[in-house]
Design a protein around this ligand. Structure first.
Ligand SMILES: Nc1ncnc2c1ncn2[C@@H]1O[C@H](COP(=O)(O)OP(=O)(O)OP(=O)(O)O)[C@@H](O)[C@H]1O
Length: 634
């Protein structure tokens, strides 16, 4: 069994404990003028005991003076002063310490913290009444573990040394090997230790220096490989250390400095939970806004202050139209699952947010796009949002990780239920660490999900379901129940296919195979995360013939055994709705579309200058055939 960077850590188990934030913050405290406290010193439990800040270091006139940090606590300094590339690239576009004013505590919406339901009783963030930040790690011990305490002999980082990496673009900042090499600031470093992240994952090694260098980035790395931290760390560090014009105060409109967009409510909540851990005691405030939940609570959270806004596109458009959020001050824009955000379903909303509101232009803001899959046509669309960007591929673009054992079984439609039952019976009751192993079953339709859940329950398998026809409360309750093991089977549509990081998912079953190979990649990526192994089983029959070739090639690339019958289907099939012909022409599944001459002839990639470095790569794949968009998204 392979082991790797995260076999030793229980970071995935560190879901934020639910906290009962005090919802009330007096208007007097909201408007109280407080003396300046630098972001990285704010909200420390002993903040009232801090020495008065030192003298300002002489800021530009338009900017609020930033004091010298108190040496005993801060330790953070400029994040972009690595020799060799920072200066040439201009480094952080908003270098220097951030200017801002201390604000009262605010609330944020923790979601997956375990027990409890309802909208307000599971919220993490800040203890508003006492203006003390609630510990999102769920422990009240403020001691900092030593790195050495966290080392585990099971870690095998060497397994990742050979992972193919390709970068393209001008003056690509070199990767780092350790977090210590990157100056993220002491408070953030402490949170990294609290998360038990011993070393950066491969995508973090490359992406963090690029982003800290102030560069736009399109990054592609396999599911479960730590992309969330790869975009969160530079944003948090940049806000901690940056110098920004003072944001307007008093009006009801809020002016976040960073915007992180994701396609589903649950994923936005998860990113928010992660970002809250990473920004604990840094003074950087993270708020989430997503549809299906009462907007008033989210408005109150926003009013209490926001540096990083995590949102789904629909709810954000609503907030922008109500003039409750302005994007005028955005300095960092991150799109998670960026290819999904720019596909047919979301593109108009994303264009509205990014191009038609008051967001600064590319080049003024810093833009980061992340996904495990990046079809070339979507890369071309995405390039509109970027300026002089670096393309980074860690592992094969659009490939699945070798950590997932993939099985494809030929199952007639009418036999699927009994076959599923056989699998469930055979499955080990317990997974690793004595925790119950969880099974995620993907189906095509919402009706199909309800009907399968009902049938499973009738047959003695505790199951629940998540899909777009359920209320948001039901969806969140279903996820909690699944995560806790109360219902160890979750029947889901593609609403749960991307991004969700659920510990102990041992088995993903594609009861209905998706029409698009990229959806398959994301679905099976709910297991085999952070270096752990997983199993994925797909029920294939004639109706999936159009996916046969893409599926066989994907399995081959990931060193999986391809059944002879699937190879025969593949030989007969051309690339249909699911096939993007993206794998032809080489072992590795993709690279920067700017290197593809057919795209350049079409006018794409105008800012590509070549260069960069690559290692271990074969030839590039072909284009992208589109199609196969799931109706399960909301
Ligand atoms: N440096 C690290 N060391 C150990 N664990 C890590 C590290 N970075 C991230 N992780 C853990 O790895 C898991 C997967 O990370 P994350 O959810 O960011 O993956 P992802 O690449 O965004 O996946 P997906 O493509 O499915 O969205 C998480 O549980 C996270 O806490």
């Amino acid at each position: 069994m392979r082991t790797s960077w995260a076999d030793s850590v229980s970071a995935a188990e560190n879901t934020a404990a639910g906290s009962s934030a005090n919802d009330g913050v007096g208007s007097s405290s909201r408007h109280a003028k407080s003396s300046y406290v630098p972001p990285h010193l704010r909200n420390r439990p002993s903040s009232s005991d801090l020495p008065a800040p030192g003298p300002a270091p002489g800021p530009a006139p338009a900017l609020v003076p930033a004091p010298a940090p108190a040496p005993a606590l801060s330790g953070s300094s400029s994040s972009n002063d690595r020799p060799g590339y920072g200066a040439a690239l201009g480094g952080n576009r908003w270098g220097g310490p951030r200017s801002d004013v201390g604000r009262p505590g605010y609330g944020s919406g923790g979601r997956f913290g375990g027990g409890g339901g309802g909208w307000n009783n599971n919220r993490g963030g800040w203890d508003r009444g006492r203006e003390r930040e609630v510990n999102p790690f769920g422990d009240d011990v403020d001691t900092e573990p030593e790195f050495s305490e966290l080392e585990n002999t099971g870690i095998n980082f060497d397994a990742y040394e050979d992972i193919p990496v390709e970068t393209s673009g001008e003056n690509v900042p070199p990767p780092v090997n350790t977090f210590a090499e990157i100056d993220l600031g002491e408070a953030l470093n402490q949170n990294i230790r609290r998360c038990k992240y011993v070393k950066p994952t491969p995508v973090q090694r490359h992406a963090i220096p690029i982003s800290l260098g102030g560069r736009d980035l399109m990054a592609c790395a396999q599911t479960g490989s730590g992309k969330t931290a790869a975009f969160c760390f530079p944003i948090i560090s940049g806000i901690m250390n940056g110098q920004f014009p003072q944001r307007p105060r008093g009006a009801r409109t809020v002016y976040p400095l960073a915007l992180i967009l994701s396609p589903t409510r649950e994923l936005s909540c998860q990113i928010h939970e992660e970002a809250r851990k990473f920004s604990y005691q840094t003074g950087v405030r993270v708020v989430v806004a997503y549809g299906g939940a009462p907007i008033n609570q989210q408005l109150r959270d926003l009013e209490r202050g926001v540096d990083i806004l995590v949102a789904t596109p629909g709810r954000l458009v609503d907030l922008l139209e109500r003039a409750r959020v302005s994007l005028q001050m955005i300095r960092y824009l991150a799109l998670d699952e960026a290819d999904r955000m720019l596909d047919m379903g979301f593109e108009p909303q994303i264009r509205k947010i990014v191009e038609q509101m008051d967001m600064p232009q590319p080049g003024v803001r810093q833009t980061m796009l992340f996904s495990a899959t990046f079809p070339k046509e979507i890369q071309r669309l995405a390039s509109d949002f970027l300026s002089g960007y670096i393309f980074l591929a860690v592992g094969r673009v659009g490939s699945s990780t070798d950590l997932i054992v993939q099985r494809v079984e030929f199952v007639h439609e009418s036999d699927k239920r009994s076959h599923l039952m056989d699998l469930l019976h055979a499955q080990k009751a317990n997974g690793t660490h004595g925790k119950q192993s969880l099974t995620l079953v993907f189906v095509e339709t919402k009706k199909g999900a309800d009907s399968l859940e009902h049938w499973l329950c009738m047959n003695g398998f505790p199951a629940t379901t998540i899909h777009g026809d359920r209320t948001q409360q039901e969806r969140e309750q279903a996820l909690r129940s699944f995560k806790s093991g109360a219902t160890p089977i979750l029947v889901a549509t593609d609403v749960a296919a991307r991004g969700l990081d659920i510990p102990h998912v041992a088995h993903v079953v594609n009861f209905d195979i998706p029409n698009d190979i990229d959806d398959y990649v994301h679905r099976i990526g709910r297991t085999g995360r952070a270096g752990k192994t997983g199993l994925a089983t797909a029920f294939f029959n004639e109706s999936n013939a159009s996916l046969a070739r893409a599926l066989a090639e994907l399995m081959q690339e990931s060193n999986q055994e391809v059944p002879a019958w699937l190879t025969r289907y593949a030989a007969r099939s051309s690339y249909g709705g699911g096939g993007r012909n993206r794998r032809s022409g080489g072992r590795f599944g993709g690279r920067d579309f700017r290197r593809d001459s057919s795209f350049n002839r079409g006018g794409g990639g105008t800012d590509y200058h070549g260069g960069g470095n690559s290692s271990g790569y074969g030839a590039a794949p072909g284009g992208y055939g589109g199609g196969g968009y799931s109706s399960a998204w909301d």
